[in-house]
Write a protein that binds this ligand. Structure first.
Ligand code: UD1
Ligand code: UDP
Length: 355
């Protein structure tokens, strides 16, 4: 069986690394890797292939930047070409980026079955590009690998139980990665302030909205000045938009880091402040409280477990929640994310499905 995997953005490399590893250990499946090029800086792409042992992509499209329509449209054209050439039995996509949607759509139009890893997540905010991408991808997939019970419930609510597709709770591949690579943590180069807070910030809903971005920057500056040093590996999107708006971010800024460095930062910080999807869960995997600078989250079980708190983009709320949560430890007592077996389960299903 020939599977063509489509990846393109940082979190997809981390998710695909564990599934790709499980595929390589399984007889009878061949994986062809297509990198759309959506993320292209060495520290947003190559570093993950090197650290996580992901095979070099068989197909590299080098499509990035520009508007959503441009990026997705160009990917659709080129992925269709690659699918016609390689004739896979199945296409495998991850998450909710433009690469995910372009890959799923190109495959579905050619009647190639699509498996979606991270199916069923919803924020119920259609302003988010990710929400559009994941809803549409789910609609055209026939193997829907859900990471949580809530994701399964979301799909049931949308009528998936009556469709000729498989909706499966397999756990979260990001927990597989966190467990697999935890021992390889390495300190990023530089001097590390004691007791720092780890922050990440890149979501369009925050960076592309001048009021939200200004409020978050002000909150981070205030926390850094009066609570604890804030270490922020800055996403290129955010770097550009902060410069464009002429904002001053007075925290411990570093370039984006590799996964091993990120694991070190997660291990050593005393709080996580983020708008990332993946980092909310990683805070939990590494036992740290998380304050999420968004209005909704797809990972509602973390809120219910008291591990994560949503504070939007309000300066006072961010500072107050950070002050209350700094140093607080959290524990996974309910095995919320599958315990590191998601990739194995996914590959077993792929093998059984036969295509
Ligand atoms: C994308 C995903 C988002 C995901 C994030 C992970 C979509 C719609 N969004 O957002 O869901 O959370 O990836 O990080 O697919 N850039 C660089 N170098 C890079 C990568 C990006 O300079 O290596 C620049 C691009 O040129 C662009 C901006 O960053 O100007 C945004 O990149 P893009 O891939 O469009 O979206 P992300 O914000 O990365
Ligand atoms: N990450 C990383 N280096 C960084 C920032 C994040 O390796 O400098 C990892 C992080 O640990 C997580 C993934 O990237 O595994 C999350 O990706 P991101 O926040 O870009 O996207 P999202 O999860 O919000 O889609």
């Amino acid at each position: 069986m020939k599977i063509l995997t489509i990846i393109g953005a940082r979190p997809q490399f981390i998710k695909a690394s564990v599934v790709s590893r499980a595929i390589a250990q399984t007889e009878g499946i061949e994986e062809i890797m297509l990198h759309t090029g959506q993320h292209f800086d060495a520290n947003m792409s190559d570093i993950f292939f090197n650290q996580l042992g992901i095979p070099k992509p068989d197909i590299q499209l080098d499509i990035h930047s520009g508007s959503h329509g441009q990026m997705t449209g160009r990917m659709l054209v080129e992925i269709e070409q690659a699918l016609l050439e390689h004739k896979p039995d199945r296409v495998l996509v991850y998450g909710d980026t433009n690469s995910t949607l372009a890959g799923a759509l190109a495959a579905a139009k050619l009647h190639i079955p699509v498996a979606h890893v991270e199916a069923g997540l919803r924020s119920f905010n259609m302003q988010m590009p990710e929400e559009i991408n994941r809803i549409l991808t789910d609609q055209i997939s026939d193997l829907l690998f859900c990471p949580t019970d809530t994701a399964v419930q979301n799909l049931n609510n949308e009528g998936f139980a009556n469709k000729p597709v498989q909706v499966l709770q397999v756990g979260d591949v990001m927990q597989d990665s966190a467990l697999l690579f935890a021992k390889q943590a390495v300190a990023p180069s530089g001097d590390w302030p004691e007791g720092f807070i780890l922050a990440t910030l890149h979501r369009a809903e925050n960076t592309d909205n001048p009021e939200r971005l200004a409020a978050i920057v002000a909150a981070l500056n205030e926390i850094n000045a009066s609570l604890a040093p804030v270490v922020l590996p800055l996403h290129p999107r955010t770097r550009k938009l902060i410069a464009k708006q002429g904002l001053e971010l007075n925290v411990h800024l570093i370039d984006p880091v590799g996964y091993f460095e990120m694991v070190w930062l997660l291990n050593h910080c005393q709080l996580v402040l983020t708008d990332s999807g993946g980092v909310q869960k990683e805070a939990f995997f590494f036992g740290k409280a998380c304050v999420t600078m968004r209005d909704q989250t797809e990972w509602v079980e973390l809120i219910e477990a008291g591990a994560n708190e949503l504070v939007g983009a309000d300066q006072a709320r961010i500072v107050e929640a950070a002050t209350r949560n700094v140093g607080r430890k959290v524990k996974d007592t309910h095995n919320l994310y599958g315990g590191g077996k998601a990739a194995e389960r996914i590959v077993n299903v792929l093998v059984k499905a036969g295509a």
